[in-house]
Ligand binder design. Structure first.
Ligand SMILES: NC(=O)c1ccc[n+]([C@@H]2O[C@H](COP(=O)([O-])OP(=O)(O)OC[C@H]3O[C@@H](n4cnc5c(N)ncnc54)[C@H](O)[C@@H]3O)[C@@H](O)[C@H]2O)c1
Length: 337
């Protein structure tokens, strides 16, 4: 197959390209705006023969030409402005990249590759803060009181933050292009994804950010009390879901899936620090600061639909995954100091 990956030099993108390039012809589109993307691209080029185009997803004509010339059988759309904080300071830019950029790509596919499978990386942020769901503090983490299976795909949409609005809008366009134009699209509403090659920053990619800081012996700032909890998903488990969706596209086209670590793979900031302290053999230095506006106390995805329709389940737990990131940072310490 010809597989087109937008944002293919980013964290999730380079793992996706690395996986598919083993058996398919892969083209990566990326404008390399993200710190670390050039490093990831070099790594990809060292290991595989992939095609690359430095193209901005906002450039509708260039995107049209890329799709027309490459003739993809599958498209995995990952290019995005990914930080909620940036979306608040630069809402127009965020909208152009995430919403309009996605529409540019959908149009190109509708016109020139209408038979291609299309996988979209959406976000659990489309469900907002879920204020109707009760939670309480239980030891080192917050927990739902009566919602143990977590959020499924029937949760009402409640876009929150410009990032939530731009990704949510793209999510709905992708879904609707399956209904209106018959495109073979699948939407994955992803929880927190973690893994190597993630150049986490304080505002995005917290598992990688904490792990990098721990590995280079720098303090981390905890906003709030540190008991906020997310279901985290190892990046290679995510890529496996993409592959399964493409393989079974006739059965799952038009579907939306929540994808995260689920109940079994939840982790609070305090629990991540416990893991890091154990790996390091000494405590990470902490700075405490106020809650950030809108910081959700708990989010856990219900991944039953992915389990049933894709026969998919996460395989890597937080303890194993965090150690892998820590070792990767240590092996590439020059990039982080
Ligand atoms: N990492 C997570 O936890 C997570 C969770 C939910 C959803 N997502 C979504 O998954 C996708 C990938 O996220 P990631 O964590 O790999 O982020 P990332 O920042 O590492 O990768 C995004 C890539 O897109 C590229 N890019 C940014 N703007 C672009 C533009 N205008 N044109 C072309 N390329 C552009 C960047 O250079 C980068 O390489 C995003 O769509 C994100 O919204 C990620």
């Amino acid at each position: 197959m010809n597989i087109l990956i937008t944002g293919g030099a980013g964290f999730i993108g380079c793992h996706t390209a690395d996986y598919f390039a083993q058996n398919h012809k892969v083209k990566v589109i990326d404008n390399l705006v993200r710190k670390g993307s050039e490093f990831n691209l070099k790594w990809l080029n060292k290991n595989h023969k992939i095609e690359f185009a430095k193209v901005d997803i906002c450039d509708s004509e260039a995107i049209l030409n890329e799709v027309k010339n490459f003739k993809p059988d599958a498209v995995i759309h990952l290019a995005a402005q990914v930080a909620v904080t940036t979306s608040v300071t630069h809402p127009m830019e965020d909208f152009n990249i995430n919403a309009l950029g996605t529409l540019n790509l959908l149009e190109a596919i509708r016109l020139h590759a209408s038979n291609a499978s299309f996988v979209f990386a959406s976000t659990n942020k489309v469900y907002g803060n879920m204020e109707d769901i009760a939670f309480e503090r239980q030891g080192k983490r917050y927990a739902y009181i009566d919602f143990h299976k977590g959020a499924d795909e029937k949760r009402p949409l409640d876009f929150h933050s410009p990032y939530g609005c731009s990704k949510g809008s793209a999510d709905q366009y992708v879904r609707d292009y399956a209904r209106i134009y018959g495109l073979k699209t699948v939407v994955f509403r992803m929880s927190c994804i973690y893994g190597t090659r993630q150049f986490g920053i304080e505002d995005q990619g917290w598992v990688a950010w904490f792990t990098i800081r721990a590995a280079i012996n720098k303090p981390v700032t905890i906003f709030g009390d540190g008991a906020q909890v997310r279901d985290i998903l190892w990046v290679k488990d995510l890529v496996r879901a993409y592959k399964t969706a493409i393989d079974s596209i006739e059965q799952v086209k038009g579907e939306v899936f929540n994808l995260g670590g689920g109940y079994e793979n939840q982790l609070s900031l305090i629990e991540l620090l416990d893991l890091l302290n154990e790996i390091r053999g000494s405590p990470v230095k902490l700075i405490f600061s106020d809650w950030r506006p809108g910081d959700q106390r708990v989010f856990i995805a219900n991944t039953t639909k992915a389990k049933n329709l894709l026969n998919w389940e996460p395989s890597c737990g937080p303890k194993e995954g965090v150690k892998k990131i820590y070792d990767w940072v240590k092996d590439n310490i020059g990039l982080f100091s």
